[in-house]
Design a protein around this ligand. Structure first.
Ligand code: WQD
Length: 343
């Protein structure tokens, strides 16, 4: 399989891992990124891992000319759209910022793609479109009822994509609903590098283990779960990246148009304390913690049914929690300050 793919947000945590998977599968990859939430050093690392340089366009997906130039310069026949904002708590404070980046950005991208006759798109969606689980495991048929502007923005884009497909069924669209991506490439050269204090569990645990914070706050241990702490479906970011490759290959090979939402999760839930224990085992470091009140908006338990991904894409996550923590620790210990001050 080959071809040219434009990855928006390709310098970010998920985007870099997707670029590695695509290049290693023989694709020519170009990246469009405004480096608002990422560091271009990450793309030097992708080139080092793959031994291939990749074209980079610095710019914003909300700028139509930037997008048209990127599509024309890259000769892309498909787009993987990762560019966007993804912090739930920030989205509550800055909803319009999230609709601008996530919804308007995707609208501009679709306009430019249609103009350039590029109609194969993989969209980075999220399990947050489900909102509070009414049943578990979460299948793609679960009601869509997000509870925050971040989740609303992802659902709005999914609806926009379905309308585009209804108007023109020649589009091939995969909407991949990520559960909790964690871990890092086994080289330790690329990984999660949150700006400021991490909202998410794994990067915070890693920063406690490396000594950047004295203690982990565990937001609630009184949930209806085996040990009282929140349960989530953590998926290794390299497995997630392979899911994009499978989706791209599936869409490109299809004789007809598509617009399909697919969960990317393992189907297994782990609690916060499970993660702490696994990280201590993986790193040999202790992760001190203290129990704090629940975080508003959190649900007790959330994990995927991975059946449809297996059925349609032939994809199944391969790596367990210990591997996720081992690879996350290697990245963190080799890059204590992330990409900042990195060579
Ligand atoms: C996981 C568990 C917390 C931090 C997020 C966002 C969104 C989405 C998936 C892309 C929960 C607990 C966390 C901490 C803690 N990504 N926790 N102390 O909230 O499931 O979802 O990731 O779409 O980014 O929706 O992930 O890592 O924030 O929390 O106790 O310092 O860890 O309460 O139970 P979440 P998370």
């Amino acid at each position: 399989m080959s071809g040219s793919v434009l990855v928006t947000g390709g310098a970010g945590y998920i985007g870099t891992h997707i670029c590695v998977a695509l290049i290693e599968a023989g694709f020519t990859v170009s990246v469009l990124d405004n480096y608002y939430n990422s560091n271009p050093v990450s793309l030097d690392r992708v080139a080092h891992i793959t031994g291939q340089s990749l074209a980079r366009i610095q710019g914003d997906v909300r700028d139509h000319k930037t997008l048209s130039d990127a599509l024309q310069q890259s000769g892309a026949t498909a787009v993987i759209h990762c560019a966007g904002l993804k912090a739930v708590s920030e989205s509550v404070q800055e909803p319009l910022h999230y609709y601008d980046h996530n919804v308007v950005g995707t609208l501009r991208l679709l306009e430019a793609m249609a103009q350039c006759q590029v109609k194969t798109l993989i969209f980075s969606s999220s399990a947050t479109v489900y909102g509070n689980p009414q049943f578990l495991p979460l299948t793609e048929e679960h009601p869509l009822a997000p509870t925050n502007p971040y989740g609303h923005s992802k659902l709005m884009v999914e609806k926009m994509l379905r309308d585009v497909f209804t108007a023109d069924p020649s589009w091939r669209i995969g909407m991949l609903r990520y559960f909790n991506p964690v871990g890092a490439h086994p080289s330790g050269l690329i990984g999660e590098d949150p700006q400021g204090l991490p909202n998410n569990l794994l990067p915070f645990v890693a920063q406690v283990a490396i000594g950047r914070h004295p203690v982990l706050n565990i937001w609630g241990d009184d949930y209806d779960t085996p040990d009282g702490t929140g349960v989530r479906d953590y998926v290794h970011v390299t497995d997630l990246a392979k899911g994009h490759l499978c989706a791209l290959q599936q869409l490109a090979a299809s004789k007809t148009g598509h617009c399909t939402a697919i969960n990317l999760g393992t189907g297994t839930g782990y609690s916060v304390l499970d993660v702490v224990r696994a990280f201590e085992q993986a790193s040999g470091q202790s992760v001190p913690y203290r129990i704090m009140p629940r975080r508003p908006g959190d649900v007790a338990t959330c994990f995927a049914s991975p059946q449809l991904a297996q059925q349609l894409l032939g994809w199944q996550a391969q790596q367990d929690l210990l591997a996720m923590c081992t690879d996350a620790w290697r990245w963190q210990s080799d890059n204590p300050q992330g990409y900042t001050n990195a060579l």
